[in-house]
Design a protein around this ligand. Structure first.
Ligand code: CO
Ligand code: CO
Ligand code: CO
Length: 299
């Protein structure tokens, strides 16, 4: 526990609470979907800690002259429906005038069973799991550049809308030793956080990482957000990579909105992974292994 985990931890008379805040600019044009995605994204930090969200406050940046108030109503509806799905309630919020719309939540959660998952417990020999594909930053960039339509990235939108509640159950069920959610720093940025905080090295096999097919197509045409390069420049000095092309590395550093959970767990539990996934109705991919050492090795 400490600065740098996905949510702040607060202990009060034997109960463990977690608090987190997150907001984003629009990633899709449909305001209802944006509200839902933003809510799922904000709740994700609570799930990454193996906790349950209880309630939330909305943070809104909106300009009534630039956009119709009905747009904001749709955003709120998308958010509230997503919170309902998470069995969480919206208690209130605050709006500021902002030319570039922003929407997000401050979320309070509880750790019911008394054991939350931090980023610092990964051990050599553990396996590394990811629960959603990467490449969504590249897809939204392609939409902004008019190369692809929103209706053509249905799978990515479904994944962004998907709560990490079941992934959190999967992580706990497998005895996860460290966990985080993949968001703005990209897969490698978040993997590096686990490596650094746990004092181990994460080895990631590119061929095992789930990636949206269209993202591969666009990144090879140099269509990607600037953030992918910024993230790459941040992790490169902590990483050795073997035989990967520039575009493969950018797929792994592409900033993600509402990404999956990235967690480590003991190898002897690997036999339970498929059964638990089936039971929970989700997918998960083993993308690498934890080894002694430090930083990342990508191959
Ligand atoms: Co997080
Ligand atoms: Co966050
Ligand atoms: Co206020």
């Amino acid at each position: 526990m400490g600065v740098g985990d996905d949510a702040g931890v607060y202990l009060y008379e034997g109960s463990i609470f977690v608090h987190t805040v997150d907001f984003i600019t629009p990633v899709v044009n449909d305001p209802y979907l944006w509200g839902g995605i933003s809510a799922a994204n904000s709740l994700s930090d609570v799930y990454a800690m193996g906790c349950l969200p209880l309630n939330a406050l909305a943070i809104v940046g909106f300009n009534n002259c630039e956009l119709q108030p009905s747009v904001l109503q749709e955003v709120m509806k998308g958010c509230v429906d997503k919170l309902k799905e998470a069995k969480t309630v919206l208690l209130g919020g605050h709006t500021v005038d902002d030319k570039e719309p922003k929407f997000g939540l401050a979320v309070m959660g509880v750790c019911q069973d008394g054991c939350f998952i931090s980023q610092s417990g990964a051990k050599a020999g553990n396996l590394v799991v990811l629960t959603k594909p990467v490449g969504v930053g590249i897809l939204t960039k392609a939409i902004k550049e008019g190369k692809i339509k929103e209706k053509d990235i249905g799978e990515a939108i479904e994944y962004m809308l998907m709560l990490n509640n079941r992934a959190s159950k999967l992580a706990k069920g497998l005895g996860a030793t460290a966990c985080t959610d993949v968001t703005g720093f990209g897969l490698l940025g978040h993997a590096y956080n686990i490596a650094r905080r746990s004092g181990v090295s994460l080895h990631i096999d590119f061929s095992k990482v789930p990636i949206y097919e269209e993202a591969v197509h666009f990144v090879r045409q140099k269509i990607h957000p600037k953030g992918a390069v910024d993230n790459y420049n941040f992790v490169k000095e902590h990483m050795v990579h073997e035989g990967l092309e520039w575009w493969q590395l950018l797929l792994l550093t592409d900033p993600v909105t509402s990404g999956g959970l990235l967690f480590t767990f003991p190898e002897e539990r690997a036999k339970d992974l498929d059964g638990l996934c089936k039971e929970l109705g989700i997918r998960a991919w083993i993308i690498g292994k934890v080894e002694e050492g430090q930083g990342l090795r990508v191959f």
